[in-house]
Design a protein. Sequence first.
Lengths: 888, 328
Amino acid sequence: MNMSRTEWAFIALFMFIFTILAAGGASYITLQARTHQFESDAARIQVSVLESLGSSRGLIIAMGTLYRANNNIDASSFSLIATDIKATNPAIRHVAFAPRLAQEDRSDFEDSLREEGFPTFSIRTSKDDVDHIDFHLPLIFIEPFSPMTARFMGEDLASRPGLLEDINFSVAANEPQLVFFENFLDSERQLGFLHPVYSGTTTPWSSLEREIHLRGLLVFTLDPQQWKTGDDIDSRTVISLSYSADEKEQQTIILNDPELDLTDSLLSLDRSLKLPHFPLSLNIKKPVGFAELINSPIPYITLLGAIIGFIIPRLVISRRKVVRQEQATKAELSRIRRHAETTLQSIGDAVITVDPYLVIRSANTMAEQLLGKGGTDLIGVPANQVIKLTDESSGRKLALFDLREHDLSRNHIILNRADSAHIPIEIDIRHLHGSHEEDMGQVIVLRDVSTERELSQELRYQATHDPLTGLMNRYAFDQELQASLKSAHRRDSHHVLCYLDLDQFKLINDTCGHMAGDIVLKQISSIIHSQLRARDIIARLGGDEFGIILSDCPMEKAREIAERIRLAVHDFRFPWEEKIFALRVSIGLVPVTDNAHSMTELLSAADIACYSAKERGRDQVYAYLHDDESITERHGEMQWLPILQEALREDNFSMALQPIVPVENNTLPAIYEFLIRLNRPDDLNTLPGSFLPAAERYDLMREIDAWVINHCFELISTYTLPEHAYFSINLSGQSLTDPQLPTRILQAQEKFSIDPDRVYFEITETSAITSLAATIELINRLRAQGYHFALDDFGSGFSSYSYLSRLPIDLLKIDGQFIRDIQVNKIHYTLVKGIREIAEVLDVATIAEFVENSEIVEVIGSMGIEYMQGYHCGRPQAAEEILKEISP
Amino acid sequence: MTRVKKVLRTSSVLTGLLLLCLSHSLAAESLPRCLFVSSYHQGYAWSDGVEKGLRDTLEGRCRLDQVNLDTKRIKDPVTISKKVNALRRQIDYTQPDVIITADDNAAKYLIQPYYIDSDIPFVFCGINWSVNNYGFPASNITGMIEIAPIKPLMEWVTRLVPGTQTASYIGADTLTEKKNYERYRALGKKMGITVKQNLVPSNEQWKEAYKKAQEDDFIIIGSNAGINDWDAKGTIQSLPALTSRISITVHEWMMPYTSLGFTKIPEEQGIWAGQTALAIVEQGMKAEDIPIVANRQWDIWINQSLVTPTGIKLPGRLQQRAKLYNEP
């Protein structure tokens, strides 16, 4: 859950408060517990001390009694008794006995001890005036007896400062006396009990008698550390004792102070306890350090407080956020509901809800429109009274709620309105269920599909028809052809496939524009269609290509129909911007019989048949036959492709030269035209008429032209030629539009050091006009380098003088068809003469092709034609031979 | 396991052992050096008891070297002198922090001639009765004298046999026994008891003396060392019939022939010597500040077979402390 800074601050504040409260509370409780524990320990220590003191006191009294009962306690017995006493009360550190010794017995006593193995024994008194001492109390038995305590053997206790008063007090009180020893036995400061031992079997009654019968003094020293007998007493407890024999004396403190580091002590618990019956007060102290608090539950409770301090505000914030989210959700739901209602009202489908009893409970605007009723007329009305349906195909009435799945899925349901309108609809019925799957009614969605149907039909039409001509398109035609093929296979019926290709249409399209082309196509389509029978199918297959299926039609009948179409097109004239264009059509026919294997094969055959028609001079009808040699050849033409590709790779071409000579004026230099030949394995050079169509058809002309240019340039450069030797090289229409051609020519020129002035490039009239702008640009560019251009086959195509005037050429080759019979054909004579005159105006020299005899020479000579070419002037020969001839 | 791992593991173990030995050696080096000179030999019961008390006390607190003069078995003064001289060279070389001696001969042959008031502190133990013969006390010498508990023994018997006036001392006819008798006699005199002397050379005479001693209030049994024809079994078997008086001894080995015995404890000597040595080397006390003391503990033995014929009922606390002698 994302939290804002304010919320985090709120949580932090709560955490801080709870942490402080928890830490404070835990500290308070812990300290209370520690204090309680301390009080308990203190009480137990007090009891333990009192018990120990009482025990020690009782034991010293008991030992005194033992002494009274036994006058002869020797060192060994004393050791055993003392060991037993110390074992009974571990707080008793030493047990000692000092016999009372009269001053006059001192020497004998000392001698006796020395004889008994204590050679250095002597009674040591602390007082100087020994003479005034009535008696001595020399220590003789000390237990434990060690080198340390043995040093005190012989010490006269009666001479110890202050001790005699204690002894006298003890004797007077007839009670063991608690005393304080300094530098006694093995300790600098220690407590101890004194207990006088008297002669006789009973303790003397009076104080005086006790003084008289004093036999010796028993001494216990105590070990206060042993008073903390309980293991559960905290080891950090510091115990000190204050000893005070009377109020005036300076108190002497005995510390039982464990080695504690009090620097981390946070606080200290203190108790001072008076010990009844003893001049002692017990001081107990216990430091409570930081480490102890760390080891207590405080950190955990503090952590718990921090966690609670985090969780509570977090829960509060979460709850508030949940409430806010619920409110936001409600608002959003309300908005969505309004939005849904609005959407429902605005959607194009009629949405109607009915209750479990099929009574309409709601209907959107579209439902009102579709059903032709106002909202108030629908609500509360049984749905089947206003939604009346019929099956469009069968006219059968359909009950609304009895509709089956297949009824809903089909598109032929008609809504019958009260106003007699019949609307095609789609219907969808969904059941509404509550959260417990109870029936909540149904939602009926009715969709008016009238528009969709219209659009669907339109789309279907567009998908199968050519938008320009309104004829079927290629796709639909393929479907129909496939169907016809199947029909031929199934029913042995005979159909004919016609393939139509308009001749010269491209010229119209390129020169007059696409709009003119489109108009031509529409008109031609109409013309062709008008020649067909009702059952025939026509389609536009591509730019100027059409396909026709002549159903159930024998080939003869098909020829007849095709011929009609050809003639109709032949007669058609298309006027455009003061020009009139004539069109031709080449038609290929292929029978669709059970011999045809596939649609592709049919189309291929039709295409070839059409091409054959074109080959035969265009404006032809050519019917495909299974044993048709022409078709076979056409099929063979397709085999040229790999041959040409190999020839390009392997240099299997060669060049021939045919002279173009001046007609009369011998001052003009001869021009030699390079003609390509294909070298075959049988050593027969194949003429270009055989393979160039295939090269053009398979788009190989650019490469062949490139090979020709390179090879011609190489030949020219190989021989030493006269100054005025000129050559012409043919360029194909495909090369004219090749933007790389000028570069290629100039590179070859540089490579072979060719003088451009020697070279004429020949281009055909048709190809020049087809790509007029590109051709003009090419000519200008190469002419600028010094090359010359000749327009070939003029008169075979458009013979447009307009175009001729725009082409910057140097020579004009008049098509041979006009020259061949010029001496007998006046039309040709006139036409050639006109061309010659126009060329003269344009300052372009002319060449007559196909000059095959001297009569022609005469005619063209009279016209003023400058050059001639043909068998009369010279046949083509191998280029090397000619070049060798003309070389000086 | 690969060869490399084996080599590594063996190297680790050897290194650990080496470090352990080194640490032990360093720890031992850091301890004070104590030299224990026993007058006798290991295997001699008294000396072994002393040594045990000493070693138990010094265990881990002093590096203890021991030299045994073996003077129980070696009587030749020349040999003893050679041993002492070798010991002196060892002392010069090792410079012990304290030298502990056990029994008289160590004091006689080593301390008295060479180390009175020297810088090396000496702690003796087991010197019989008095150190006067060896020039002690001295500034560098302290220790525990070995006193036979004849006084408490005499005190006990006077309590068991009220009104005693006479006692017989029966022992071998030797110089030592004469000295022992003198101690009893002197003590008896202080206590008002006449102690008669019966020092005999033979077992039979010993029995006769014992039989005659029944006429006195109690009998003091001295050592039989010196009676060469001693018949232990026959004597033991004959005594109950001869006994009507209580007999006492301070010799543990004479308990088969005695009713009540107080015997010295050798471990007490060793423990005291050890404690004193530690007070010197650990607490820095001077030898002269520690008084020479006598042993204060003894074992109490009761031979019930020789108590019963006397008709004396021994006190409970005595019986509780006593070890009961049982015939082998």
